[in-house]
Design a protein around this ligand. Structure first.
Ligand code: ADP
Length: 579
Protein backbone atom coordinates (compact mmCIF):
# COMPACT_ATOMS: atom_id res chain seq x y z
CA UNK A 1 0.00 0.00 0.00
CA UNK A 2 2.85 2.32 0.93
CA UNK A 3 4.55 1.68 -2.40
CA UNK A 4 1.26 2.14 -4.22
CA UNK A 5 0.64 5.53 -2.58
CA UNK A 6 4.23 6.49 -3.32
CA UNK A 7 3.84 5.53 -6.97
CA UNK A 8 0.52 7.21 -7.67
CA UNK A 9 1.70 10.47 -6.20
CA UNK A 10 4.99 10.46 -8.05
CA UNK A 11 6.89 10.00 -4.79
CA UNK A 12 4.91 12.57 -2.76
CA UNK A 13 2.25 10.66 -0.77
CA UNK A 14 1.74 13.66 1.54
CA UNK A 15 -0.15 15.31 -1.33
CA UNK A 16 -2.99 12.88 -0.60
CA UNK A 17 -3.42 14.03 2.98
CA UNK A 18 -5.54 17.07 2.22
CA UNK A 19 -7.97 15.35 -0.18
CA UNK A 20 -8.38 12.52 2.36
CA UNK A 21 -9.07 14.94 5.22
CA UNK A 22 -11.57 16.90 3.14
CA UNK A 23 -13.29 13.70 2.09
CA UNK A 24 -13.42 12.56 5.71
CA UNK A 25 -14.91 15.88 6.81
CA UNK A 26 -17.58 15.50 4.10
CA UNK A 27 -18.30 12.00 5.36
CA UNK A 28 -18.88 13.33 8.88
CA UNK A 29 -21.10 16.07 7.48
CA UNK A 30 -23.28 13.36 6.02
CA UNK A 31 -23.77 11.70 9.42
CA UNK A 32 -25.15 14.85 11.03
CA UNK A 33 -28.54 14.79 9.19
CA UNK A 34 -29.09 11.23 10.46
CA UNK A 35 -28.52 12.45 14.00
CA UNK A 36 -30.88 15.42 13.48
CA UNK A 37 -33.61 13.19 12.01
CA UNK A 38 -33.15 10.97 15.03
CA UNK A 39 -33.59 14.02 17.30
CA UNK A 40 -36.85 14.98 15.51
CA UNK A 41 -38.20 11.47 15.80
CA UNK A 42 -37.09 11.20 19.41
CA UNK A 43 -38.89 14.47 20.34
CA UNK A 44 -42.12 13.35 18.65
CA UNK A 45 -41.89 9.86 20.09
CA UNK A 46 -41.25 11.09 23.62
CA UNK A 47 -44.25 13.47 23.46
CA UNK A 48 -46.52 10.61 22.33
CA UNK A 49 -45.09 8.08 24.75
CA UNK A 50 -45.53 10.39 27.73
CA UNK A 51 -48.78 11.92 26.52
CA UNK A 52 -47.25 15.40 26.80
CA UNK A 53 -47.64 18.41 24.53
CA UNK A 54 -45.30 18.49 21.54
CA UNK A 55 -42.14 20.56 22.09
CA UNK A 56 -42.68 22.64 18.94
CA UNK A 57 -39.81 25.11 19.49
CA UNK A 58 -37.35 22.28 19.74
CA UNK A 59 -38.80 20.68 16.60
CA UNK A 60 -38.61 23.90 14.59
CA UNK A 61 -35.10 24.47 15.87
CA UNK A 62 -33.97 21.04 14.70
CA UNK A 63 -35.69 21.50 11.33
CA UNK A 64 -33.96 24.86 10.88
CA UNK A 65 -30.67 23.19 11.75
CA UNK A 66 -31.40 20.46 9.24
CA UNK A 67 -32.11 23.03 6.51
CA UNK A 68 -28.98 24.98 7.44
CA UNK A 69 -26.95 21.80 7.47
CA UNK A 70 -27.90 21.15 3.84
CA UNK A 71 -25.97 24.29 2.94
CA UNK A 72 -23.00 23.19 5.05
CA UNK A 73 -23.06 19.77 3.40
CA UNK A 74 -23.26 21.33 -0.06
CA UNK A 75 -20.32 23.63 0.73
CA UNK A 76 -18.28 20.74 2.14
CA UNK A 77 -18.96 18.54 -0.90
CA UNK A 78 -18.14 21.32 -3.34
CA UNK A 79 -14.93 22.05 -1.46
CA UNK A 80 -14.01 18.36 -1.34
CA UNK A 81 -14.63 18.01 -5.05
CA UNK A 82 -12.59 21.07 -5.87
CA UNK A 83 -9.74 20.07 -3.57
CA UNK A 84 -9.49 16.48 -4.72
CA UNK A 85 -9.86 17.35 -8.41
CA UNK A 86 -7.23 20.08 -8.11
CA UNK A 87 -4.78 17.74 -6.37
CA UNK A 88 -5.41 14.99 -8.93
CA UNK A 89 -4.97 17.15 -12.02
CA UNK A 90 -2.04 18.97 -10.47
CA UNK A 91 -0.24 15.72 -9.59
CA UNK A 92 -0.80 14.16 -12.98
CA UNK A 93 0.16 17.33 -14.89
CA UNK A 94 3.41 17.47 -12.92
CA UNK A 95 3.88 13.72 -13.28
CA UNK A 96 3.33 13.79 -17.06
CA UNK A 97 5.73 16.68 -17.52
CA UNK A 98 8.39 15.10 -15.31
CA UNK A 99 8.05 11.79 -17.11
CA UNK A 100 8.33 13.44 -20.53
CA UNK A 101 11.40 15.32 -19.27
CA UNK A 102 12.86 12.12 -17.87
CA UNK A 103 12.28 10.31 -21.19
CA UNK A 104 14.33 12.99 -22.93
CA UNK A 105 17.31 12.15 -20.72
CA UNK A 106 17.23 8.41 -21.33
CA UNK A 107 19.60 6.72 -23.78
CA UNK A 108 18.00 6.00 -27.15
CA UNK A 109 18.47 2.28 -26.49
CA UNK A 110 15.53 2.58 -24.07
CA UNK A 111 13.21 3.59 -26.91
CA UNK A 112 14.36 0.63 -28.97
CA UNK A 113 13.11 -1.63 -26.16
CA UNK A 114 9.77 0.17 -25.77
CA UNK A 115 6.96 0.52 -28.21
CA UNK A 116 6.17 4.25 -28.69
CA UNK A 117 2.46 3.41 -28.54
CA UNK A 118 3.00 1.97 -25.04
CA UNK A 119 4.69 5.16 -23.92
CA UNK A 120 1.89 7.29 -25.38
CA UNK A 121 -0.71 5.12 -23.65
CA UNK A 122 1.22 5.45 -20.45
CA UNK A 123 1.48 9.22 -20.57
CA UNK A 124 -2.23 9.58 -21.32
CA UNK A 125 -4.18 6.58 -19.96
CA UNK A 126 -2.06 5.60 -16.98
CA UNK A 127 -2.02 9.15 -15.72
CA UNK A 128 -5.79 9.41 -16.26
CA UNK A 129 -6.17 6.32 -14.05
CA UNK A 130 -3.96 7.96 -11.47
CA UNK A 131 -6.05 11.15 -11.68
CA UNK A 132 -9.25 9.25 -10.92
CA UNK A 133 -7.57 7.34 -8.13
CA UNK A 134 -6.21 10.43 -6.45
CA UNK A 135 -9.39 12.45 -6.89
CA UNK A 136 -11.94 9.77 -5.98
CA UNK A 137 -10.78 6.34 -4.96
CA UNK A 138 -8.16 7.03 -2.31
CA UNK A 139 -10.04 9.84 -0.47
CA UNK A 140 -13.30 7.87 -0.58
CA UNK A 141 -11.54 4.74 0.60
CA UNK A 142 -9.91 6.64 3.46
CA UNK A 143 -13.23 8.10 4.61
CA UNK A 144 -15.04 4.77 4.04
CA UNK A 145 -12.59 3.11 6.42
CA UNK A 146 -12.47 5.78 9.16
CA UNK A 147 -16.16 6.70 9.14
CA UNK A 148 -17.43 3.19 10.01
CA UNK A 149 -15.03 3.06 12.95
CA UNK A 150 -16.52 6.26 14.35
CA UNK A 151 -20.07 5.09 13.65
CA UNK A 152 -19.28 1.75 15.28
CA UNK A 153 -18.13 3.56 18.43
CA UNK A 154 -21.33 5.68 18.49
CA UNK A 155 -23.45 2.56 18.01
CA UNK A 156 -21.60 0.75 20.81
CA UNK A 157 -22.76 3.46 23.22
CA UNK A 158 -26.43 2.78 22.46
CA UNK A 159 -26.59 -0.95 21.74
CA UNK A 160 -23.46 -3.16 21.57
CA UNK A 161 -25.48 -6.11 20.22
CA UNK A 162 -26.79 -4.15 17.26
CA UNK A 163 -23.38 -2.54 16.63
CA UNK A 164 -21.70 -5.96 16.53
CA UNK A 165 -24.45 -7.37 14.26
CA UNK A 166 -23.97 -4.50 11.83
CA UNK A 167 -20.19 -4.88 11.55
CA UNK A 168 -19.92 -8.66 11.94
CA UNK A 169 -19.68 -9.42 8.19
CA UNK A 170 -17.11 -6.65 7.58
CA UNK A 171 -14.02 -8.87 8.15
CA UNK A 172 -15.57 -11.43 5.80
CA UNK A 173 -16.02 -8.87 3.08
CA UNK A 174 -12.47 -7.50 3.44
CA UNK A 175 -11.23 -11.12 3.47
CA UNK A 176 -12.98 -11.81 0.14
CA UNK A 177 -11.37 -8.75 -1.40
CA UNK A 178 -7.96 -9.60 0.00
CA UNK A 179 -8.09 -13.24 -1.11
CA UNK A 180 -9.18 -12.29 -4.61
CA UNK A 181 -6.57 -9.54 -5.04
CA UNK A 182 -4.11 -11.95 -6.72
CA UNK A 183 -6.71 -12.94 -9.29
CA UNK A 184 -7.70 -9.32 -9.83
CA UNK A 185 -4.08 -8.36 -10.38
CA UNK A 186 -3.59 -11.12 -12.93
CA UNK A 187 -6.74 -10.25 -14.87
CA UNK A 188 -5.99 -6.53 -14.75
CA UNK A 189 -2.48 -7.24 -16.06
CA UNK A 190 -3.88 -9.18 -19.01
CA UNK A 191 -6.31 -6.35 -19.74
CA UNK A 192 -3.54 -3.73 -19.64
CA UNK A 193 -1.39 -5.80 -22.03
CA UNK A 194 -4.30 -6.28 -24.43
CA UNK A 195 -4.95 -2.54 -24.38
CA UNK A 196 -1.30 -1.78 -25.10
CA UNK A 197 -1.24 -4.28 -27.93
CA UNK A 198 -4.29 -2.54 -29.44
CA UNK A 199 -2.60 0.86 -29.22
CA UNK A 200 0.55 -0.54 -30.88
CA UNK A 201 -1.37 -2.27 -33.68
CA UNK A 202 -3.49 0.77 -34.30
CA UNK A 203 -0.45 3.00 -34.53
CA UNK A 204 1.28 0.58 -36.89
CA UNK A 205 -1.87 0.41 -39.03
CA UNK A 206 -2.22 4.18 -39.30
CA UNK A 207 1.48 4.98 -39.80
CA UNK A 208 1.95 2.17 -42.30
CA UNK A 209 -1.13 3.11 -44.34
CA UNK A 210 0.99 4.04 -47.38
CA UNK A 211 2.77 0.65 -47.37
CA UNK A 212 -0.49 -1.18 -46.68
CA UNK A 213 -2.10 0.43 -49.70
CA UNK A 214 0.88 0.14 -52.03
CA UNK A 215 1.48 -3.55 -51.22
CA UNK A 216 -2.21 -4.33 -50.90
CA UNK A 217 -1.70 -5.63 -47.37
CA UNK A 218 -5.04 -4.40 -46.07
CA UNK A 219 -6.23 -7.98 -45.46
CA UNK A 220 -3.31 -9.19 -43.32
CA UNK A 221 -2.66 -5.95 -41.43
CA UNK A 222 -6.33 -5.40 -40.74
CA UNK A 223 -6.59 -8.99 -39.52
CA UNK A 224 -3.84 -8.29 -36.94
CA UNK A 225 -5.68 -5.18 -35.79
CA UNK A 226 -9.01 -7.01 -35.67
CA UNK A 227 -7.44 -9.77 -33.57
CA UNK A 228 -6.00 -7.16 -31.15
CA UNK A 229 -9.45 -5.58 -30.73
CA UNK A 230 -11.03 -9.02 -30.26
CA UNK A 231 -8.46 -9.82 -27.57
CA UNK A 232 -9.21 -6.57 -25.78
CA UNK A 233 -12.92 -7.42 -25.89
CA UNK A 234 -12.19 -10.89 -24.44
CA UNK A 235 -10.05 -9.44 -21.65
CA UNK A 236 -12.63 -6.73 -20.86
CA UNK A 237 -15.35 -9.39 -20.63
CA UNK A 238 -13.09 -11.60 -18.51
CA UNK A 239 -12.68 -8.71 -16.11
CA UNK A 240 -16.44 -8.14 -15.94
CA UNK A 241 -17.21 -11.83 -15.54
CA UNK A 242 -14.53 -12.68 -12.98
CA UNK A 243 -13.83 -9.52 -11.02
CA UNK A 244 -17.27 -7.89 -10.79
CA UNK A 245 -18.99 -10.96 -9.20
CA UNK A 246 -16.31 -11.02 -6.48
CA UNK A 247 -17.02 -7.37 -5.69
CA UNK A 248 -20.77 -8.07 -5.73
CA UNK A 249 -20.32 -10.96 -3.27
CA UNK A 250 -18.30 -8.69 -0.96
CA UNK A 251 -21.01 -6.00 -1.18
CA UNK A 252 -23.72 -8.59 -0.45
CA UNK A 253 -21.73 -9.75 2.60
CA UNK A 254 -21.48 -6.13 3.74
CA UNK A 255 -25.19 -5.51 3.33
CA UNK A 256 -26.05 -8.68 5.21
CA UNK A 257 -24.81 -6.76 8.28
CA UNK A 258 -27.73 -4.36 7.87
CA UNK A 259 -30.22 -7.25 7.74
CA UNK A 260 -28.60 -8.92 10.73
CA UNK A 261 -28.78 -5.66 12.66
CA UNK A 262 -32.47 -5.29 11.76
CA UNK A 263 -33.21 -8.80 13.00
CA UNK A 264 -31.37 -8.29 16.29
CA UNK A 265 -32.93 -4.82 16.63
CA UNK A 266 -36.49 -6.16 16.10
CA UNK A 267 -35.76 -8.88 18.64
CA UNK A 268 -34.53 -6.32 21.20
CA UNK A 269 -37.42 -3.96 20.41
CA UNK A 270 -40.02 -6.65 20.97
CA UNK A 271 -38.25 -7.68 24.18
CA UNK A 272 -38.43 -4.05 25.38
CA UNK A 273 -34.65 -3.73 25.56
CA UNK A 274 -34.50 -1.08 22.85
CA UNK A 275 -36.50 2.09 22.23
CA UNK A 276 -38.00 2.87 18.84
CA UNK A 277 -35.93 6.09 18.33
CA UNK A 278 -32.66 4.18 18.93
CA UNK A 279 -33.81 1.50 16.51
CA UNK A 280 -34.41 4.24 13.94
CA UNK A 281 -31.03 5.82 14.70
CA UNK A 282 -29.29 2.51 13.95
CA UNK A 283 -31.18 2.18 10.68
CA UNK A 284 -30.19 5.70 9.60
CA UNK A 285 -26.53 5.30 10.62
CA UNK A 286 -26.32 1.81 9.16
CA UNK A 287 -27.48 3.00 5.76
CA UNK A 288 -25.11 5.97 5.92
CA UNK A 289 -22.17 3.60 6.44
CA UNK A 290 -23.11 0.79 4.08
CA UNK A 291 -23.45 3.01 1.00
CA UNK A 292 -19.94 4.56 1.06
CA UNK A 293 -18.45 1.21 2.06
CA UNK A 294 -20.07 -0.50 -0.97
CA UNK A 295 -18.70 2.22 -3.23
CA UNK A 296 -15.28 1.83 -1.58
CA UNK A 297 -15.30 -1.91 -2.31
CA UNK A 298 -15.91 -1.21 -5.99
CA UNK A 299 -13.13 1.35 -5.91
CA UNK A 300 -10.81 -1.05 -4.16
CA UNK A 301 -11.12 -3.37 -7.17
CA UNK A 302 -10.38 -0.44 -9.48
CA UNK A 303 -7.32 0.37 -7.38
CA UNK A 304 -5.77 -2.95 -8.42
CA UNK A 305 -5.97 -1.75 -11.99
CA UNK A 306 -4.51 1.63 -11.17
CA UNK A 307 -1.73 -0.05 -9.18
CA UNK A 308 -0.48 -1.52 -12.47
CA UNK A 309 -0.51 1.93 -14.07
CA UNK A 310 1.38 3.37 -11.11
CA UNK A 311 3.94 0.52 -11.23
CA UNK A 312 4.54 1.10 -14.93
CA UNK A 313 4.99 4.82 -14.43
CA UNK A 314 7.47 4.24 -11.60
CA UNK A 315 9.36 1.61 -13.57
CA UNK A 316 10.09 4.19 -16.26
CA UNK A 317 10.88 6.92 -13.79
CA UNK A 318 13.46 4.64 -12.25
CA UNK A 319 15.24 4.04 -15.57
CA UNK A 320 18.65 5.65 -15.04
CA UNK A 321 19.37 8.60 -17.33
CA UNK A 322 22.77 8.82 -18.99
CA UNK A 323 25.33 9.78 -16.33
CA UNK A 324 27.70 12.74 -16.63
CA UNK A 325 27.65 16.24 -15.24
CA UNK A 326 30.68 18.01 -16.72
CA UNK A 327 30.26 20.63 -19.42
CA UNK A 328 31.36 19.45 -22.85
CA UNK A 329 34.16 21.60 -24.33
CA UNK A 330 33.13 24.06 -27.05
CA UNK A 331 34.63 22.16 -29.96
CA UNK A 332 38.04 20.53 -30.49
CA UNK A 333 39.34 17.24 -31.86
CA UNK A 334 37.04 14.25 -31.67
CA UNK A 335 39.00 11.11 -30.88
CA UNK A 336 37.80 7.51 -30.94
CA UNK A 337 40.11 5.32 -28.90
CA UNK A 338 39.53 1.55 -29.23
CA UNK A 339 35.76 1.99 -29.11
CA UNK A 340 33.56 -1.10 -29.09
CA UNK A 341 29.79 -0.94 -29.03
CA UNK A 342 26.74 -3.23 -29.32
CA UNK A 343 23.07 -2.20 -29.48
CA UNK A 344 22.09 -5.48 -27.90
CA UNK A 345 24.33 -8.55 -27.96
CA UNK A 346 26.20 -8.50 -31.25
CA UNK A 347 29.08 -6.06 -31.60
CA UNK A 348 28.43 -3.30 -34.13
CA UNK A 349 31.75 -1.48 -33.61
CA UNK A 350 34.97 -3.21 -32.62
CA UNK A 351 38.11 -1.43 -31.45
CA UNK A 352 37.40 1.63 -33.59
CA UNK A 353 40.13 4.28 -33.36
CA UNK A 354 40.45 7.44 -35.43
CA UNK A 355 40.84 11.18 -35.06
CA UNK A 356 38.47 13.79 -36.49
CA UNK A 357 40.58 16.98 -36.15
CA UNK A 358 38.97 20.25 -35.10
CA UNK A 359 37.94 22.50 -37.98
CA UNK A 360 38.43 19.71 -40.56
CA UNK A 361 36.12 17.46 -42.56
CA UNK A 362 36.37 13.76 -41.75
CA UNK A 363 34.38 11.34 -43.89
CA UNK A 364 33.12 7.92 -42.87
CA UNK A 365 32.65 5.47 -45.72
CA UNK A 366 31.96 1.77 -45.97
CA UNK A 367 29.26 -0.68 -46.96
CA UNK A 368 25.78 -0.40 -45.56
CA UNK A 369 25.61 -1.74 -42.00
CA UNK A 370 29.33 -1.21 -41.36
CA UNK A 371 28.61 1.12 -38.40
CA UNK A 372 28.93 4.64 -39.84
CA UNK A 373 25.68 6.03 -38.42
CA UNK A 374 26.40 4.33 -35.12
CA UNK A 375 29.62 6.36 -34.86
CA UNK A 376 27.70 9.63 -35.25
CA UNK A 377 25.10 8.52 -32.68
CA UNK A 378 27.84 7.71 -30.20
CA UNK A 379 29.36 11.17 -30.65
CA UNK A 380 25.97 12.72 -29.87
CA UNK A 381 25.83 10.31 -26.90
CA UNK A 382 22.52 8.79 -27.84
CA UNK A 383 24.13 5.65 -26.46
CA UNK A 384 27.25 5.06 -24.37
CA UNK A 385 30.16 3.00 -25.64
CA UNK A 386 30.73 -0.47 -24.24
CA UNK A 387 34.53 -0.21 -24.28
CA UNK A 388 37.08 2.44 -25.12
CA UNK A 389 36.58 6.21 -25.04
CA UNK A 390 35.31 8.98 -27.26
CA UNK A 391 36.81 12.30 -26.33
CA UNK A 392 36.17 15.87 -27.36
CA UNK A 393 39.18 18.16 -26.94
CA UNK A 394 40.61 15.55 -24.57
CA UNK A 395 37.46 15.26 -22.40
CA UNK A 396 35.85 11.85 -22.17
CA UNK A 397 32.28 12.31 -23.48
CA UNK A 398 31.03 9.74 -20.96
CA UNK A 399 31.75 12.23 -18.16
CA UNK A 400 29.98 15.14 -19.86
CA UNK A 401 26.39 16.19 -19.38
CA UNK A 402 24.53 14.74 -22.44
CA UNK A 403 22.62 18.01 -22.92
CA UNK A 404 25.82 20.05 -23.05
CA UNK A 405 27.17 17.65 -25.70
CA UNK A 406 24.04 18.12 -27.80
CA UNK A 407 24.41 21.88 -27.46
CA UNK A 408 27.78 21.61 -29.27
CA UNK A 409 26.48 19.49 -32.14
CA UNK A 410 24.30 20.09 -35.21
CA UNK A 411 23.01 17.02 -36.97
CA UNK A 412 21.64 16.74 -40.48
CA UNK A 413 20.11 13.38 -41.30
CA UNK A 414 18.64 11.95 -44.46
CA UNK A 415 15.21 11.64 -42.83
CA UNK A 416 14.16 15.04 -41.62
CA UNK A 417 11.36 15.37 -39.13
CA UNK A 418 9.42 18.60 -39.27
CA UNK A 419 7.12 19.54 -36.42
CA UNK A 420 3.48 20.43 -36.92
CA UNK A 421 4.20 24.12 -36.84
CA UNK A 422 5.02 26.95 -39.24
CA UNK A 423 8.11 26.68 -41.44
CA UNK A 424 9.64 29.66 -39.62
CA UNK A 425 9.22 27.97 -36.25
CA UNK A 426 10.61 24.74 -37.68
CA UNK A 427 13.81 26.55 -38.57
CA UNK A 428 13.84 28.39 -35.24
CA UNK A 429 14.10 24.97 -33.54
CA UNK A 430 17.83 25.48 -34.15
CA UNK A 431 18.06 28.29 -31.64
CA UNK A 432 15.69 29.43 -28.93
CA UNK A 433 14.53 33.06 -29.23
CA UNK A 434 15.92 33.48 -32.76
CA UNK A 435 14.50 36.58 -34.43
CA UNK A 436 12.65 36.45 -37.75
CA UNK A 437 15.61 38.17 -39.40
CA UNK A 438 18.03 35.50 -38.11
CA UNK A 439 15.69 32.76 -39.31
CA UNK A 440 15.53 34.34 -42.76
CA UNK A 441 19.32 34.77 -42.86
CA UNK A 442 19.80 31.09 -42.09
CA UNK A 443 17.17 30.16 -44.68
CA UNK A 444 18.94 32.24 -47.31
CA UNK A 445 22.29 30.55 -46.60
CA UNK A 446 20.57 27.15 -46.70
CA UNK A 447 19.07 27.96 -50.14
CA UNK A 448 15.50 27.66 -48.91
CA UNK A 449 14.44 31.30 -48.65
CA UNK A 450 13.15 31.47 -52.22
CA UNK A 451 10.81 28.50 -52.05
CA UNK A 452 9.57 29.54 -48.59
CA UNK A 453 8.92 33.12 -49.73
CA UNK A 454 6.90 31.73 -52.68
CA UNK A 455 4.53 29.86 -50.32
CA UNK A 456 1.13 31.52 -49.67
CA UNK A 457 1.92 32.43 -46.05
CA UNK A 458 5.70 32.55 -46.41
CA UNK A 459 7.48 31.63 -43.19
CA UNK A 460 4.12 31.28 -41.42
CA UNK A 461 3.01 28.47 -43.71
CA UNK A 462 2.11 25.47 -41.55
CA UNK A 463 3.83 22.16 -42.19
CA UNK A 464 1.74 18.97 -42.09
CA UNK A 465 2.61 16.25 -39.60
CA UNK A 466 5.98 14.82 -40.63
CA UNK A 467 6.39 17.63 -43.19
CA UNK A 468 4.42 15.89 -45.91
CA UNK A 469 3.74 19.10 -47.83
CA UNK A 470 7.45 19.58 -48.68
CA UNK A 471 9.74 17.61 -50.96
CA UNK A 472 12.71 15.65 -49.59
CA UNK A 473 15.19 18.25 -50.83
CA UNK A 474 13.20 21.12 -49.32
CA UNK A 475 12.97 19.39 -45.95
CA UNK A 476 16.67 18.68 -46.13
CA UNK A 477 17.46 22.37 -46.69
CA UNK A 478 15.20 23.38 -43.81
CA UNK A 479 17.13 21.05 -41.54
CA UNK A 480 20.38 22.65 -42.75
CA UNK A 481 18.90 26.09 -42.02
CA UNK A 482 18.17 24.86 -38.47
CA UNK A 483 21.78 23.72 -38.13
CA UNK A 484 23.07 27.05 -39.50
CA UNK A 485 20.98 28.91 -36.97
CA UNK A 486 22.28 26.73 -34.15
CA UNK A 487 25.85 27.47 -35.25
CA UNK A 488 27.31 24.57 -33.26
CA UNK A 489 31.07 23.84 -33.53
CA UNK A 490 30.53 20.19 -34.53
CA UNK A 491 28.49 19.10 -37.55
CA UNK A 492 27.35 15.53 -38.14
CA UNK A 493 26.03 14.86 -41.64
CA UNK A 494 24.47 11.47 -42.22
CA UNK A 495 23.74 10.61 -45.86
CA UNK A 496 22.44 14.13 -46.28
CA UNK A 497 22.33 14.11 -50.08
CA UNK A 498 21.92 10.41 -50.79
CA UNK A 499 18.34 10.38 -51.99
CA UNK A 500 18.10 13.73 -53.75
CA UNK A 501 17.52 14.52 -57.41
CA UNK A 502 20.43 16.38 -59.15
CA UNK A 503 18.81 19.83 -58.88
CA UNK A 504 18.08 19.50 -55.19
CA UNK A 505 21.48 17.95 -54.61
CA UNK A 506 23.16 21.08 -55.95
CA UNK A 507 21.11 23.29 -53.62
CA UNK A 508 21.74 21.03 -50.65
CA UNK A 509 25.46 20.85 -51.42
CA UNK A 510 25.58 24.64 -51.50
CA UNK A 511 23.74 24.82 -48.20
CA UNK A 512 26.08 22.26 -46.67
CA UNK A 513 29.11 24.22 -47.83
CA UNK A 514 27.75 27.26 -45.99
CA UNK A 515 27.13 25.14 -42.90
CA UNK A 516 30.46 23.37 -42.59
CA UNK A 517 32.81 26.34 -43.02
CA UNK A 518 35.33 26.33 -40.12
CA UNK A 519 33.52 23.55 -38.26
CA UNK A 520 34.58 20.10 -37.10
CA UNK A 521 32.64 17.94 -39.55
CA UNK A 522 31.92 14.25 -39.67
CA UNK A 523 30.21 13.27 -42.87
CA UNK A 524 28.77 9.96 -43.99
CA UNK A 525 28.25 9.63 -47.72
CA UNK A 526 27.48 6.73 -50.00
CA UNK A 527 28.51 8.66 -53.09
CA UNK A 528 32.28 8.85 -52.72
CA UNK A 529 32.63 11.74 -55.14
CA UNK A 530 30.89 13.99 -52.59
CA UNK A 531 33.61 13.39 -50.00
CA UNK A 532 36.71 13.05 -52.13
CA UNK A 533 37.89 16.46 -50.96
CA UNK A 534 37.45 15.58 -47.27
CA UNK A 535 40.54 16.17 -45.11
CA UNK A 536 40.49 12.61 -43.81
CA UNK A 537 38.58 9.51 -44.80
CA UNK A 538 37.91 6.59 -42.46
CA UNK A 539 36.87 3.34 -44.15
CA UNK A 540 34.78 0.93 -42.11
CA UNK A 541 33.83 -2.65 -42.74
CA UNK A 542 31.85 -4.88 -40.34
CA UNK A 543 32.36 -2.41 -37.50
CA UNK A 544 36.14 -2.16 -37.88
CA UNK A 545 38.32 0.61 -39.30
CA UNK A 546 40.12 -1.07 -42.16
CA UNK A 547 41.74 1.92 -43.88
CA UNK A 548 42.15 5.63 -43.34
CA UNK A 549 43.82 8.46 -45.20
CA UNK A 550 43.14 11.10 -47.83
CA UNK A 551 41.31 10.29 -51.07
CA UNK A 552 44.57 10.11 -53.00
CA UNK A 553 46.28 7.93 -50.38
CA UNK A 554 43.36 5.51 -50.26
CA UNK A 555 43.12 5.27 -54.05
CA UNK A 556 46.81 4.42 -54.15
CA UNK A 557 46.11 1.36 -51.96
CA UNK A 558 44.27 -1.59 -53.41
CA UNK A 559 41.74 -1.75 -50.60
CA UNK A 560 38.01 -1.45 -50.05
CA UNK A 561 37.97 2.29 -50.79
CA UNK A 562 39.57 1.83 -54.19
CA UNK A 563 37.15 -1.03 -54.89
CA UNK A 564 34.10 1.07 -53.92
CA UNK A 565 35.40 4.02 -55.96
CA UNK A 566 35.78 1.85 -59.05
CA UNK A 567 32.34 0.31 -58.53
CA UNK A 568 30.72 3.74 -58.21
CA UNK A 569 32.52 4.95 -61.30
CA UNK A 570 30.99 2.07 -63.23
CA UNK A 571 27.51 2.51 -61.84
CA UNK A 572 27.59 6.21 -62.80
CA UNK A 573 27.24 5.04 -66.40
CA UNK A 574 24.36 2.70 -65.57
CA UNK A 575 21.04 3.24 -67.24
CA UNK A 576 17.85 1.28 -67.52
CA UNK A 577 17.47 -0.59 -70.79
CA UNK A 578 14.72 -2.89 -71.94
CA UNK A 579 15.92 -6.52 -71.91
P1 ADP B 1 25.65 2.17 -41.52
O1 ADP B 1 25.37 3.58 -41.12
O2 ADP B 1 27.07 1.93 -41.87
O3 ADP B 1 24.73 1.69 -42.60
P2 ADP B 1 24.63 1.51 -38.91
O4 ADP B 1 25.54 2.17 -37.96
O5 ADP B 1 23.33 2.17 -39.19
O6 ADP B 1 25.39 1.23 -40.28
O7 ADP B 1 24.32 0.04 -38.42
C1 ADP B 1 25.32 -0.87 -38.04
C2 ADP B 1 24.65 -2.14 -37.53
O8 ADP B 1 23.92 -1.86 -36.37
C3 ADP B 1 23.67 -2.74 -38.53
O9 ADP B 1 23.83 -4.16 -38.49
C4 ADP B 1 22.32 -2.36 -38.00
O10 ADP B 1 21.39 -3.36 -38.30
C5 ADP B 1 22.58 -2.28 -36.50
N1 ADP B 1 21.72 -1.25 -35.88
C6 ADP B 1 21.62 0.03 -36.24
N2 ADP B 1 20.76 0.70 -35.41
C7 ADP B 1 20.32 -0.21 -34.52
C8 ADP B 1 19.43 -0.15 -33.40
N3 ADP B 1 18.81 0.97 -33.05
N4 ADP B 1 19.21 -1.28 -32.70
C9 ADP B 1 19.82 -2.44 -33.05
N5 ADP B 1 20.68 -2.56 -34.07
C10 ADP B 1 20.94 -1.47 -34.80
Amino acid sequence: MKRFLYNITGGNPKALLEPCLVSLATGFCQIVPSLLIFAVFDTIYLAYARGQAMHMEKLWGICALLAGWMLVEYAARARAHEKTAMTAYHLSAIGRTELAEHLRKLPLGFFGRRDPATLTTMLLNDYSNVETTVSFYVPQLASAVILPVVVFLIMLLFSPQMALAMFLPLPLCFGIMWLSSGLQKKISGRHVRAREDCAGRLQEYLLGMREIKSHNLSGERFEALREAFARLKRESLRMEIMVVPIVLIAIAALRSGLTLMLLIGTFLLVGGELSLPIFLLFLLLGMRVVEPLSVALVHYAELRYTALSADRIMEIRQEPPLPGTGQAPCGGDIRFDRVSFAYRHTDVLQEVSFLAPAGRVTALVGPSGSGKSTITRLIARFWDVRQGTISLAGHDLATCDPESILARISMVFQDVYLFRDSIGNNIAVGRKNATRREVEEAAKKACCHDFIAALPQGYDTPVGEGGCTLSGGEKQRISIARALLKDAPIILLDEATASLDPENEIYVQRAINALVANKTVLIIAHRLRTIRRADWIVVLDHGRVIEQGTHEQLLAETGLYQHLWTLQGRSAGWSMRPA
